[in-house]
Design a binder for this molecule. Structure first.
Ligand SMILES: [Cu+2]
Length: 502
């Protein structure tokens, strides 16, 4: 660092100048190091902390009640938020989690199983049934917690370690009880150390059928997952063959369990029946379009086995397909369409059941990237409304509120935004209003430089994660929460249970 330049032949330096030569660099160093040290220290996480103490409260423009703080004295614990305690279960499911070596496509991959397989068993129930899942962790060293992705279960059943429960250690059990209140395609996955545990296969399909059954003659859940670089459907490398007679109509329930978006297209025309567990209103036939499933998203595709004895292919990316038709019937790989099906205008409008214009809360969820420290590590990090984890917003609502969220991705990467416990309806993208079927999502693909305006009804009290479902991004701090006034959680991130939800 040049403090001053010495003119040639200026002679001997004065004593004062010599002092400056020593002191100024020291001061400059201190001026840089002290704030950095402070930022580093401030970014380090304590041994145990509550999400209620993270960051700052964002009331969404709604006046803050005086005297309210993160912890309110009269607050109810989220542990009270359970499903009809006196009601006996209609369906009981026993799940045992293990840490194992998986055999995928001829390779051995360190991962996780549920009841001995990855993915775990497909849970198929009927709408209205009360499901009771008895989880036992046999050998997952870091502990587990199960999240029911897309089902708006009571908060205590949401399966987020450190927020709604403690991680379940080896040898321990946890019982989840919830009513399958909507028909549709969902999935379950660990929300403890979720990036490695989900990548390692601690997950499975969850299908809720309408009480009247299904209209389609073939109904298949196809869970797409990449194990150590190997693309699979339902845990098997390569294509999934489903035998079906010519002319059969089918519903393929596709779940994208990876961290990045996936494109789906078919060898003949299709209809997109449902998105994230909500039926599309009056879906029309589509050809030459691909459907984008963001990380965590589901799409129910309806197509038909051709009458001519061939099969139909539903491509889950270029690498794998569901092939439906008579045994050994072939069908060439259809070229990937250049255009995506735009859900902003697909299907027909219908009533939302609430009035977005009467929203009492308006939140921003602005995604950026900036240098700083997260968890004591220097680097370039995702920011939420300009802040780095853990100084992220806690969005505050009251039961019954209508809330609007403006999600804006100012970064150069796609972010699959996932709000727990609620479904969001898309009102506009890049300022262009939605004109199609109500587009309800729990996992929204927010591409680089895109913005979305979404709305949700605050009808499920508790404390909910609102995070990026690229679980690597979440592990790097792309996590905020939504809380209902008057609720508190007794659980802590880290702490004796070593809760690490991301
Ligand atoms: Cu992200």
């Amino acid at each position: 660092m040049v403090i001053h330049s010495q003119r040639p032949g200026s002679g001997v330096e004065t004593r004062g100048r010599r002092m400056l030569r020593v002191v100024l660099p020291v001061l400059a160093t201190v001026a840089i190091v002290v704030p950095l040290a402070w930022m580093w220290q401030a970014s380090r996480m304590p041994a145990a902390y509550s999400v209620m103490e993270m960051g700052y409260l964002d009331y969404g423009g709604h006046g803050q009640d005086s005297g309210h703080s993160h912890h309110s004295e009269a607050a109810r614990s989220v542990t009270e938020l359970v499903a009809e305690p006196a009601r006996p279960a209609d369906v009981r499911v026993d799940l045992v989690t293990r840490q194992e070596i998986l055999k995928i496509g001829g390779r051995s991959i360190a991962g996780f199983t549920v009841n001995g397989t990855s993915p775990g068993p497909e849970i198929r129930v009927r709408q209205g049934q009360l499901i009771e899942v008895h989880l036992r962790n046999e050998s997952v060293a870091a502990g587990v917690a199960l999240h029911w992705h897309g089902l708006d279960v009571p908060n205590a059943m949401d399966g987020v370690a450190g927020v709604t429960q403690d991680a379940v250690p080896i040898g321990a059990r946890f019982t989840y009880r919830f009513v399958a209140d909507r028909a549709g395609s969902f999935w379950y996955h660990s929300h403890q150390v979720s990036n490695p545990q989900v990548a390692g296969g601690l997950l499975g399909s969850l299908v809720v059928l309408p009480p009247s059954g299904i209209a389609e003659q073939v109904d298949v859940a196809a869970l797409a997952h990449t194990y150590g670089g190997v693309r699979t459907i339902n845990g098997k490398a390569g294509d999934l063959r489903v035998p079906a007679e010519p002319g059969r109509r089918m519903r393929i329930r596709i779940t994208n369990t990876d961290n990045g978006p996936m494109q789906v297209w078919t060898s003949r025309s299709f209809r997109l029946l449902a998105v994230d567990g909500t039926e599309v209103n009056r879906p029309t036939q589509v050809s030459d379009r691909a459907v984008t499933l963001t990380a965590g998203a589901r799409a129910d595709i309806e197509t038909q086995v051709p009458a001519d004895g061939t099969a139909v292919r539903v491509q889950l990316s270029k690498a794998t397909a569901v092939i439906v038709g008579p045994q050994s019937a072939e069908v060439p790989v259809p070229p990937q369409p250049g255009d995506e099906l735009d859900l902003l205008s697909y299907g027909s409008p219908a009533t939302l059941g609430f009035e977005p214009a009467q929203a009492g809360r308006r939140f921003d969820y602005l995604i950026g990237r900036r240098p700083g420290f997260v968890k004591g590590r220097p680097g370039m990090w995702w920011s939420i409304n300009g802040h780095l984890y853990p100084n992220v917003p806690m969005f505050v609502v009251r039961e019954g509120d209508v809330a609007l969220v403006h999600i804006e991705n100012r970064s150069s990467e796609v972010h699959p935004m996932h709000l727990h416990g609620h479904h969001m309806v898309v009102l506009a993208r890049n300022g262009v209003a939605a004109t199609g079927s109500p587009w309800w999502v729990d996992s929204l693909n927010v591409a680089a430089k895109e913005s979305y305006d979404v709305a949700f009804v605050a009808d499920n009290p508790g404390i909910w994660m609102d995070h990026c479902h690229n679980l690597k991004h979440a592990a790097d701090g792309m996590v905020a929460h939504l809380m209902y006034e008057g609720f508190d959680t007794p659980y802590r991130i880290a702490g004796p249970a070593d809760n690490r939800p991301e």
